[in-house]
Design a protein around this ligand. Sequence first.
Ligand SMILES: [Zn+2]
Length: 1079
Amino acid sequence: MLHKFGGCLAIIYLSSFIVHHVETRNIRSEKSDAAAQCGYTSCHPTKPNMLNVHIVAHTHDDVGWLKTVDQYYYGSETLIQKAGVQYIIDSVVESLLKDPNRRFIYVESAFFFKWWKEQTKEQQDNVKMLVNEGRLEFIGGAWSMNDEATTHYQSVIDQFAWGLRQLNDTFGQCGRPRIGWQIDPFGHSREMASIFAQMGFDGMFFGRLDYQDKDERLMTQKAEMIWHGSANLDEKADLFTGALYNNYQAPAGFCFDILCADQPIIDGKHSPDNNVKERVDTFLDYVKAQSNYYRTNNIIITMGGDFTYQAAQVYYKNLDKLIRYANERQANGSNINLLYSTPSCYLKSLHDAGISWPTKSDDFFPYASDPHSYWTGYFTSRPTLKRFERDGNHFLQACKQLSALAPKRSAEFDPHLNFMRETMGIMQHHDAVTGTEKQKVALDYAKRMSVALRACSTNIRSVLNQLSISSDRVSPQPTKFEFKTCTLLNISSCATSELNDRFALTLYNPLAHSTNEYVRVPVTDYKYVVIDPTGKSLSTQVVPVPKAVTNLQHRNSSAQYELIFLASNLPAVGYKTYYIEKSDSIPVSGKPSPSPRKKSSYTVIGNKNIKLTFDTNGFLVYVTADGMTRPISQEFLYYIAATGNNEEFLNRSSGAYIFRPDKNQIRFATDEVSIEVYKGQLVQEVHQQFNSWISQVVRVYKQSNHAEFEWLVGPIPIKDNIGKEVISRFTSDIKSDSIFYTDSNGREMLKRRRNHRETWNVKIHESVAGNYYPVTTKIALEDDTARMAILTDRAQGGSSLEDGVLELMVHRRLLHDDAFGVGEALNETEYGEGLIARGKHHFFVGKSLQRPEVSLKAIERLVQLETLLPSWKFFSNVSYSSDQWLTAFTNTYNGISAALPKYVHLLSLEPWHEKELLVRFEHILEKTDDTRHPQYVQFNIKDVLSAFNIENIRETTLDGNAWLDEHRRMEFVPDPEDEAYNNYGTFKKSSKAVHLLSAEKPMLETRYSKETLEAGQLGAESNRIKRSADSRHFTIHRRRPQETSSDDLKKSMPSSEREKYLIELSPMEIRTFIVYLEK
Ligand SMILES: [Zn+2]
């Protein structure tokens, strides 16, 4: 939080207005911080010689699922689900105020701040007191509890940054969560662990893991562990992680909520129903059993569930009694101690136990809850919502950057941007982007997204107009440009380009590198000129819109062609505007028509880098790249979805969560593909029609190093009453030996081995679904000579079920529910028919090793960025001639002045508090992506951000809400026998189990004494400088400022201003800074 940075610092570095602003937040928080007893210091004491049972009262409030966000908040639609979050927080606060012994945790910031804004000052002060005394504790704290399979790391970091910032601004230090709480997401990614660690979290607890994995971990006391979150970032990505015993529910029989039917504790002395003895006996038996599976004399008992505590006094009254009556037995020799606790107090107890812990280096995917229920369907469910979410991230980044770059900011900028931030936060929820919500809720999410896009569009329109129109050059003042987004470009439809004979196209590049991009514009004719900002007329090509698109019945567009040109050197974090005009002259290439093709001969498209050969049946058969020609085919198939009554495991249906092909049956979409071929000077395309509902365009642009497969699938036919799950399959001769790779949330790649898990001997009863993994951006395989990789444009499920073969599930339409709560079949329709989805696969093949200059993996990383954040197209109607247009407007704009090193990504550039920017830089290569590339890169932040008047910078944790050099994390000691095996893929089972309450428990030395813990000085320095010899040269720039006051800060400033702004990054490292701007 900024207050903990110290008020003096703010006064020195911020303007008077800002000082006032910051002080308002600071003073309150400094005062409250001074009296605060929150966090680890507010934990109820445990008893050293007893089993301490940490009772954690909590509610799990989905930010949309069966009901919309607002329906959940206000508690409407009670017939769908009796759930009203406003009542929960109301009643919890009331119950907490009644008794200082009680504790509660709250997780979802989206709901909390909706409630907070409605409260009186008096009630807000009450809540602040509860927070400052550690009675109400925020855990997790992101805008929503994000999914971990289908989310992109950029959006995960964004939604944590925003939630934690609200907590920080409102509550200061005591509002900062220390613990991740991912109790409901359906499997867990390694990148999420890394992100938590980099945000400075001390640990994370979750509920769901594979049922076999869970059994094994419990039996060997390995449900709590140190998770190595990164293969590149060393211990700074390590996270203490615990799998909860009973998901996140109360022990059976002990849900005291009004939503449950369990018996209350009846303690009337003479009541015939008095059940104190029986209830306490049962509870103590339960906790004794649970304790056998965990290593210390502490266990955590979650007391809550979905939308529990709407009448909190019911739960609390019974918990009070349970704790009282159980602890009364201590007088008679019981060694069990119940206490109100929180996940952070529980974690502190684990830390204080001073023992060692097992380690883990892979992830928790896929999640199976029983032998026939692999939660791998949601990797693909609702493909168009998944794509829309990714568009949302793309637009949010553009909106943040342009809002930061605005010469003049208007008052509505922040509310618009914040609305978009919050909407994207909601989209990350584990029932939003996952596609596991009811249809009505999915529509609500899409509607929210579209409103948010419109809000941010007004910021962008204002900024682009400010940047484009220099008043001294035009008189009279021109009308403002529209800078419209055409949201239907994926079906080649755009009113501005279709209805106007001349228009301007502004390409905004959100990457911090200049890029070259082939641009496609829907047009009604084939005769156009494209003029770049220097007045040069560019070469163009016109390609017909595929028939499968023009035939779409609901497509309301007269565009029959796409106009293509190469936009070169698009400025980093900047734009170029192109002037496009209908012309009378017929282009050299003439009217576009398909290349003549003999039915008996093969078809080849491509360029000098990559060539694709199609056989006489229209299927891809060979790919030539890097001097090799390999047999590689691509086709569409679909699985037959299993159906059943879900009453026993064997009768599980495929559904929104579950992928379960019926006896693994798969069908080819067709055995013959009709094709048309278009070849021109910019692109060569094959338009394939597989059947009446699957088509595809395969293309290679002139300068490209890969091929694009633009698929169009739907409406998936269901007249045969069979649900279908459609895949695109690439088959090669690469000897991948059961190994393939999938990304973790778009960042590091994880090694997968077919029919295998890294940490236990898995028995897979669903050989297809059980080998599916989330593909957020990339799937790949290779052998010693060749490599094949596919980038996706949204999250999809994928696998390699045979050596050399990759498949990605692109769409699914199902007729049965899978009985995990959503209560609907995943049968998406639009315009009265099955939903049609369209998307792109970027396909790479080449030498796996010994490529000249740069590795294929490194090239893939760059294209991955360009796929995530291509230029955003803004269309404007223009009334000027091209000459007027050229002289009157600023048609090229560069937001940063020096490009970043090639593999450094400007992950964030956004306005933060007044006169502050939040910026993040990321090294996008892994250590092994290209060993010829220097492992450490450096650049000067002032050179890069010279558009801003920078007064100072300071590094923060990944979320941007705590100073990195002041932040401390708890450290945990790994089991000695595990440490030797923490390299990925070489896991060896620990030989020794540690027994609970045993005198022989290994008591390793802990780094921190209890006294320092109590003084709130937890953990060791989270980012100890540790470099191998070859990096010594750079270590000077790694120096973290040690200042705690403004005077110290001045003293410790590097003598050279330049050196202060020199940033160095190692592979996969992200560094986050607050940049203070001059007044
Ligand atoms: Zn949930």
